[in-house]
Design a protein around this ligand. Structure first.
Ligand SMILES: Nc1ncnc2c1ncn2[C@@H]1O[C@H](COP(=O)(O)OP(=O)(O)OP(=O)(O)O)[C@@H](O)[C@H]1O
Ligand SMILES: [Mg+2]
Length: 312
C-alpha cells in the first residue's frame, strides 16, 4: 500500500468509526468527537439572493443558542460580511496569505461574540486560490477546531473554483434560491456542477424573498424535480424559507443583523427558527470528520496534491 492509499484508509476508518481525526494535531477518539465543529456552507448560483444576510443572522442566532461560531467570508476578493456588520477589520485574509498575520490575529469579533474571518476587497489574487493557499487556509482553520461549535461559510455566488472548493469542503451546504427564474436555474446549475464534478450529493435548500411557505415550497419543488430527473442519487432537503421583509434592507443600511435591531421582524423570527431547525438535524460533520472533511475530500479528489506535497 503506498502512502496516499494508507492515508485514504485511515480517513475512511475514521469515518466508519464516526471519529474525528485531525491530521494536524493527530487527535483521535471519543474526546475528539466532542470537538467536531459543524461546517456549513451557505451558497447560491445567482448573486444577491441573501447569502450574507443569512450567514450573519444565522450566526447570531446560533450564538444566542450558546454556540461558538466562526464565520468565514469566503468571497475572498470581495468582502461582504464586515461591511454588512459595519466592522473595519485591520487585517484580512490578504495578511494571512502574505504570512504577515496568523489566522487568529486576523479574526474580528461580531455581534453575539461570533468570530469572523474577514475577506479583502478588490484583491484579484484571492479570487482563485491555488492549491497551496487552499491547504494553508485549511491548516489554519483546523487549528481552531477545538474552539468552534459551528463554522459558517459565506461562499459567494456562482461556480468559480473558490465557490466549488468551499462547498466541496463543507459536509453541509445550504443552497439559497428565490422565486426569480434566473435564481432557480442558477441554483440548479450550481447543484449540477457540485454533484457531477465534485461528487457532492447532499444539499439543503432555503428559499428567500417569498411571501409564504407555499411559494417557497413551489420554488423548492421546481428545482428538486429537475434535479431528480437529470441528476442521479441526489438528496435535496427543504430547509425552510425567509419571507420578504422590508426591515431587512433597513437593517442592512444600519449595518446590523436584522435579528439584532429588529428582533420581532418576520425575517428575524425565521432566522431563529432556522437556527433551531439546523441544530435539530443530525450533524453530518461528525459522520464525516468535521473540519478534517476538507482533508478527506482533498485526498480523495486531488491526487496531484500528493505529488505537490511530496506525499507519494
Ligand atoms: N428576505 C429579504 N427581504 C428583503 N430584502 C432582502 C431579503 N434577503 C435579502 N434582502 C436584500 O437583498 C440584498 C442582497 O442580500 P445579500 O447581500 O445578503 O445577498 P448575497 O447573496 O450575499 O449577495 P452577493 O452574491 O452579492 O454576495 C440586500 O440588500 C438585502 O437587504
Ligand atoms: Mg454576499
Amino acid at each position: 500500500m503506498d502512502q496516499a492509499e494508507e492515508l485514504r484508509t485511515i480517513m475512511n476508518q475514521a469515518v466508519e468509526q464516526k471519529e474525528c481525526f485531525s491530521p494536524v494535531s493527530g487527535v483521535r477518539g471519543d474526546e475528539a468527537i466532542l470537538r467536531c465543529p459543524r461546517v456549513i456552507s451557505v451558497t447560491s448560483g445567482k448573486g444577491g439572493v441573501g447569502k450574507t444576510n443569512v450567514v450573519v443572522n444565522l450566526a447570531l442566532a446560533f450564538t444566542r443558542l450558546g454556540k461558538k461560531v466562526l464565520v468565514l467570508d469566503a468571497d475572498l476578493g470581495l468582502a461582504n460580511i464586515d461591511v454588512l456588520l459595519g466592522l473595519a477589520p485591520r487585517y484580512t485574509v490578504e495578511h494571512l496569505f502574505g504570512r504577515e498575520k496568523s489566522f487568529s490575529e486576523i479574526l474580528i469579533e461580531g455581534p453575539g461574540g461570533m468570530r469572523i474571518m474577514p475577506a479583502s476587497s478588490g484583491v484579484s489574487g484571492l479570487v482563485d486560490l491555488n492549491e497551496t493557499q487552499k491547504l494553508f487556509l485549511l491548516d489554519e482553520i483546523d487549528l481552531m477546531a477545538e474552539n468552534i461549535d459551528i463554522l459558517l461559510i459565506d461562499t459567494g455566488a456562482g461556480i468559480s473554483s473558490n465557490v466549488l472548493y468551499f462547498n466541496m469542503a463543507a459536509p453541509e451546504s445550504i443552497v439559497i434560491a428565490t422565486p426569480e427564474p434566473t435564481s432557480m436555474t442558477d441554483a440548479y446549475a450550481l447543484i449540477k456542477v457540485l454533484s457531477t464534478r465534485c461528487k457532492k450529493k447532499d444539499f439543503m435548500m432555503l428559499v428567500n424573498f417569498v411571501s409564504d411557505e407555499e411559494e417557497a415550497k413551489g420554488v423548492f419543488k421546481k428545482i428538486s424535480k429537475v434535479a431528480d430527473h437529470f441528476l442521479k442519487s441526489l438528496s435535496i432537503d427543504y430547509l425552510g424559507f425567509i419571507p420578504f421583509d422590508e426591515k431587512l434592507p433597513l437593517a442592512v443600511r444600519h449595518q446590523k443583523p436584522v435579528l439584532e435591531i429588529f428582533p420581532k421582524a418576520p425575517s428575524s423570527r425565521h432566522f431563529e427558527d432556522l437556527a433551531r431547525a439546523i441544530l435539530e438535524r443530525p450533524s453530518r460533520s461528525v459522520a464525516t470528520g468535521g473540519i478534517q472533511f476538507f482533508w478527506k475530500r482533498l485526498f480523495e479528489s486531488q491526487d496531484d496534491l500528493y505529488q505537490e506535497r511530496g506525499i507519494v
